[in-house]
Write a protein that binds this ligand. Sequence first.
Ligand code: F3S
Length: 754
Amino acid sequence: RDSKVNQNLLESHSFINYKENLKNVDIVRKRLGRPLTYAEKILYGHLDKPHDQEITRGVSYLKLRPDRVACQDATAQMAILQFMSAGLPEVAKPVTVHCDHLIQAQIGGEKDLARAIDLNKEVYDFLATATAKYNMGFWKPGSGIIHQIVLENYAFPGALIIGTDSHTPNAGGLGQLAIGVGGADAVDVMSDLPWELKAPKILGVKLTGRMNGWTSPKDIILKLAGITTVKGGTGKIVEYFGEGVDTFSATGMGTICNMGAEIGATTSVFPFNKSMVEYLDATGRDKIAEFAKVYQGDLLSADKDCEYDEVIELDLNTLEPYVNGPFTPDLATPISKMKEVAVKNDWPLEVKVGLIGSCTNSSYEDMSRAASIVKDAATHGLKAKSIFTVTPGSEQIRATIERDGQLETFKEFGGIVLANACGPCIGQWDRRDIKKGDKNTIVSSYNRNFTSRNDGNPQTHAFVASPELVTAFAIAGDLRFNPLTDTLKGADGKEFKLKPPFGDGLPTRGYDKGNNTYQAPPANRDSVDVKIAPSSDRLQKLAPFKPWDGKDALDMPILIKSLGKTTTDHISMAGPWLKYRGHLENISNNYMIGAINAENKKANSIRNVYTGEYKGVPDTARDYRDQGVKWVVIGDENFGEGSSREHAALEPRFLGGFAIITRSFARIHETNLKKQGLLPLNFKNPADYEKINPTDKIDIVGLKDFAPAKNLTMIVHPENGASWDCELTHTFNKEQIEWFKYGSALNKIKSGGK
Ligand code: F3S
């Protein structure tokens, strides 16, 4: 039990802490006086202060110490830039960065990859040098999709990791809690701050029986999404249990956990079991498997009689394959009903494209089972009717299925093998078979199918299903096809039924690692220069924000009083702006351009109170800042809901904002604002929101005595009329007040204090 076992084969400095985790679990179990679920054990095993931490599921905020961080290339840019501005010599916890999101699918693997390397050179150069400088692992473009690589190399039972991507929970397939977060959270862990998470409720899913025929693990989560809807998992961890959990592979469990994101779950997890041992063995990590077995009874399984907040039971014996969509992943239709439902809803019946792969479904098993169907069709002289694309999840998968023949099978079938990357899953798809606006159907083995996600065409009806079913649809070319009951006509004119898919869960000859796409941090990191071209419009070094000047803020204009819902998309729009994620100055040109100005009910049109001129929000903010004028924003309920995008907090700070005053905040956005040294404040009396006029000027006083739970005062000076004042509440704790005083959380770290 005292062994020192490495977390993985690539790092010599990171070890598994089962002993410490178990100690913490015992402390918490004693305090709570009740048995714990497996997910609770992992969480509480990673508490910063297990003795004092308040723990009520669904209520308290846990301060946690995750084992590691994984970042994808789009979100890593700002996270690393922020980390750099803290002035620390290296990351406090193991971190890896994965180049997978920026590769556009056009004609096929190698050429697409070469084009992406050229197009994104400055981003890749920055990430390669910054990771080397600050002691992080770097996975080059072409290495594969973040979650597949994490599963193959870094995931281990009982671990707690965070990742700057929503499908990080994929690693739950190896019995760990893997949680998707925003860049600001990643920076916390990189800088050795505890990471905060609202104690999730636990949704138990009991699996009974065993799947058969065409049913696959994907169908478990597709069915579950239909039951819970896209919101059903919010604030919850999905914990699977029951005899059914031992009937499929670790990668199959990964698929199920991956798509837990589609029901809004914090994450999903399976208890440590035999399939995980087999997968760890197959990926060269037998020592970890042995070590985990030692802790299986007390740490890596749920306590007997533990209680879930709710339980859903699924019988795998009777589970059918599902097709979910279009436009939402929770519109679940069993294959037996698809014909009728598709016709009734007037969904386009011709399947234009079938796409297999993505982080959800690109395991060796997925590829083998899909290839078995293709082979069967080929024996009857059939090829794909639809366009058929294959995205291997990693270089290791690509090389292995090339060696074992599945890749060739797909190519002979007419399949296009794309680069080992996200590609069409994230809209990186130069689709040419239809025109934008054409109504059409595609079926993928991916996870998300919101409007326009794959190809930017709002008329594309995207469905998600298992890779096996996608392949069957690509053969038939028709959404009404049910391979369980329907026949196809072979080249010889004879009718035949496709055989149910089969294939190895793991390669019998072991994995072929393929090309080496990993860059370990060098031993001597002092001489590494982080590459950021001064002329770059995609990357820019962050300058530290100025500390608070010690005075009350007086006579501040209201930049905008925003009307109604103001989400992070209104505050910092996505789409084309994502290109500037690593360039604060450029991305700040989208600040609040989606919010509606209460004065004229228009978006991105506000009056400069000094000149009377109407301009866009970012322009006006910049004008104020350049004149040395601090400003505030007035907002309504749940301000900043949506994603955890840290740009929504960095931008107002960069543009000279001082306080954001609302009826209420979405919590993550509120914390992000605090981290950047802004003041998120609430009207004590929500009705005061109505009394504020966009042309009023604002004083915030009482800052010298700024303290937890002590209200601040706002004095409002209307353009014409008498001044009035009101109280503002806040949720700052002592440490967060320091962030405000220092100018940001990172400034505080830089000063030597945590
Ligand atoms: Fe990439 Fe799509 Fe997964 S964008 S990380 S393949 S969800």
